[in-house]
Ligand binder design. Sequence first.
Ligand SMILES: Cc1cc2nc3c(=O)[nH]c(=O)nc-3n(C[C@H](O)[C@H](O)[C@H](O)COP(=O)(O)OP(=O)(O)OC[C@H]3O[C@@H](n4cnc5c(N)ncnc54)[C@H](O)[C@@H]3O)c2cc1C
Length: 381
Amino acid sequence: MLAFPDPVPTTASSLLANTEVVVAAAATLDEGLDCHDAFPTKAFEHFRERGLLTAPLPVELGGSDLCEASETAALRDVLYLVGRSSLVLGRLYEGHVNALALALRYGNAETRRQVSADAKAGHLFGVWNTEPATGGLSMTRHGGVLELADSKCFASGAGHVTRPLVTARIEDGRRLMLIVPLEPGVRAETKSWRAQGMRATATGTVDFSGLQLDVGAVVGEPDDYLRQPFFSCGAWRFLAVQCGGIAAVFEALRTHLVNTGRGGDPHQRARLGEAATRVETARLFVARAAETAAVAEADPEAAIAYVNLARGAVERCGLDVIELAQRSVGLSGFLETHPLEQRIRDLATYLRQPAPDHALASAAGYVLDAPRAFHALWQKL
Ligand SMILES: Cc1cc2nc3c(=O)[nH]c(=O)nc-3n(C[C@H](O)[C@H](O)[C@H](O)COP(=O)(O)OP(=O)(O)OC[C@H]3O[C@@H](n4cnc5c(N)ncnc54)[C@H](O)[C@@H]3O)c2cc1C
């Protein structure tokens, strides 16, 4: 990893331009990526060279402040752009940003220094929280040594992410965050990741059994990972990536209608208009969710409810755009040679996020019991 030149220093304003360059190059850097067992290694080298791996760090630690509330719009645009180019890259980059955001928020000065050095050295971070139905990662402490047992599943970048932030159950049942230094390719099982879409994310199972760590690996206090409003409101970031994926499906539909000369048909026009409405609805919801999350501490419950509503809205918009595109393009959109085919598979897969029913029901509960009328609920955020 140290073989690369130092990343280009960036400001939040130059970051968007760098992101455009990176995603344009990424399209050609890792050819043939839409297959099992692949990973966009070269694209992430480019992310590093252009300062995107360090961008989430504070300026004083060599980053671009991308995790600061003041830079929410910049982060939203970066995630959207990456997602529009590739949901695989978007998912992985969002995990990197999320891990650094958690380490910066809850870690001590040494953690902040260490993650900054690691990001500069080209390590890819990720957040691995999901667990198999039984078992799941646990941790016991023996003096200054932490010993891990069992595994995480649905861990993106398994075998490639070398600085995962994981949640591990401790004796009293609460969970601690740890950053686990891993060598590439170790402890990862990705053979079962035979998913319809998002194939090159290497989303696998990682078995940490027997691994020993220094206490310095701990980030924050028990259950900090779940601390509200940050836990629920953080969902806006994956919504921004999904929003990019929805726009990419729409663009493939629009291009198809232009290229085939079928756009003049009134049925096609109506479907395109409906799809355009869904793309814009998702974009507006994500923009507002991001703004709301940035000031969530002013009214945590209201902010959480808004982001939860945005989750349902973006999912619905994504599913609608998929259906409209498939009906408009027809069978040729199912052929591997058509740009829609992979985009739809990736989007359909990435739209699956944790507990969507719970998110909607809890937002509905907030609205039901709210102290104000619906129109006034989010006026102050
Ligand atoms: C491409 C990709 C990469 C991922 N990478 C990571 C990663 O790096 N790290 C990580 O931690 N996770 C990762 N995940 C996992 C992700 O965070 C979610 O855990 C996962 O997508 C949840 O999907 P699910 O549809 O099975 O969700 P579920 O939450 O199981 O939902 C499935 C359905 O069951 C319902 N449901 C949920 N709970 C209950 C219940 N108790 N009783 C009844 N019904 C219920 C839901 O509302 C929904 O209708 C990734 C997922 C994807 C798609």
